[in-house]
Design a binder for this molecule. Structure first.
Ligand code: GDP
Ligand code: ZN
Length: 307
């Protein structure tokens, strides 16, 4: 983050009083709601300069604002983004919690693995969360990810059960929640957000109201950090990477890939492949390897990603 530099671009307003840093938590109809360092939320317009330069502030942007009064301000500058997602447009995501249901719907390992790949590419720390553990145990999902090093948290939103580990994982971070529709993301987020700080103007609960237009919004946690409900996030398309680099994004596979007989081994049908040997020894799960081969084909043929 650059040094506090509001005085330089605030048109000479008194530094420290009229200038504040904050985070865009919501955007509606050309207004941006900025949660500022003083704990207040300001309704802001972006300066004309952004439009001229074709820059659009997005949710999650760290910004500097000039305060107009106790509720209004204008966005003067946007700090460099550590990362950004296109759909939905959000910036500075530290972590992603990929939610699956133990049952109803059954886990979709390919979707989970695409989200994990996206996280690895973007430098976002991933974790898995298995909901509906009242219906079925999380054993199967844990088995699939046993060698991957990703944390897996058991949740039962129906019984208000959230593990401390999950709360610790999201504390102090900006965390997106993703996964198939129906797995219980809204239920989990509502449990988490019950713990959230009231951020002026945010009172409605997270939910998938049938007739309401949903918008992306950051919810501030008491323990520090934000959670982000991401409608439509399950259909996210990862950046296109080179097929040859794919293995490097699978933590439990990359450790074997240097030991293959041939350099540039694709780990598909080559002789002396250490990855396939690890697979046969149960050190890589068949589901993860299957996702790898499917992704490899997609990348090799430059087809569009499909869920
Ligand atoms: P979303 O589409 O991922 O946001 O999922 P919702 O939070 O809307 O939940 C989908 C359905 O699953 C709703 O009918 C919830 O009541 C139900 N549900 C959520 N959590 C649990 C759970 O832990 N156990 C069971 N049995 N059902 C749950
Ligand atoms: Zn190989």
């Amino acid at each position: 983050m650059p040094e506090y530099a509001c005085g330089s671009n605030s048109g000479g307003l008194t530094k420290g009083y009229d200038c504040l840093q904050g985070v865009i938590i919501k955007g509606i109809g050309g207004f941006y709601y900025v949660r500022a360092e003083n704990g207040r939320t300001y309704e802001c317009k972006a300066r004309g300069i952004f439009r001229k330069e074709n820059i659009k502030p997005i949710i999650g942007d760290r910004v500097e604002i000039s305060r107009i009064d106790e509720e209004h301000g204008s966005i003067d500058s946007i700090f460099t983004r550590i990362n950004s997602l296109i759909r939905p447009p959000v910036a500075n995501i530290d972590a992603i919690v990929i939610v699956a249901a133990a049952k109803n719907p059954d886990p979709d390992f390919y979707l989970t693995d695409k989200l994990l790949l996206m996280a690895e590419i973007k430098g976002i720390t991933p974790a898995l969360c298995v909901n509906k553990t009242d219906l079925e145990s999380s054993e199967k999902i844990k088995e699939v990810y046993r060698h991957s090093s990703y944390p897996v948290f058991d949740v039962c939103a129906a019984e208000n059960l959230l593990p401390d580990g999950l709360i610790e994982f999201i504390s102090g971070k900006t965390t997106a929640f993703a996964g198939l529709s129906g797995v219980g993301k809204s239920s989990i987020l509502n449990l988490i957000v019950d713990n959230a700080v009231e951020t002026g103007g945010i009172s409605e609960k997270i939910g998938r109201g049938k007739h309401t237009t949903r918008h992306v919004e950051l919810f501030e946690l008491k323990s520090g950090g934000y959670v982000l409900d991401t409608p439509g996030f399950s259909a996210f398309e990862p950046d296109i990477i080179d097929a040859a680099d794919l293995c490097g994004y699978f933590p439990e596979m990359r450790e074997y890939s240097d030991c293959c007989r041939f350099r540039g081994c694709a780990h598909i049908a080559e002789p002396g492949c250490a990855v396939k040997e690890a697979l046969s020894e149960g050190k890589i799960s068949p589901e993860r390897y299957q996702s790898y081969t499917k992704m490899y084909e997609v990348l090799k043929n430059h087809k569009k990603w499909e869920v």
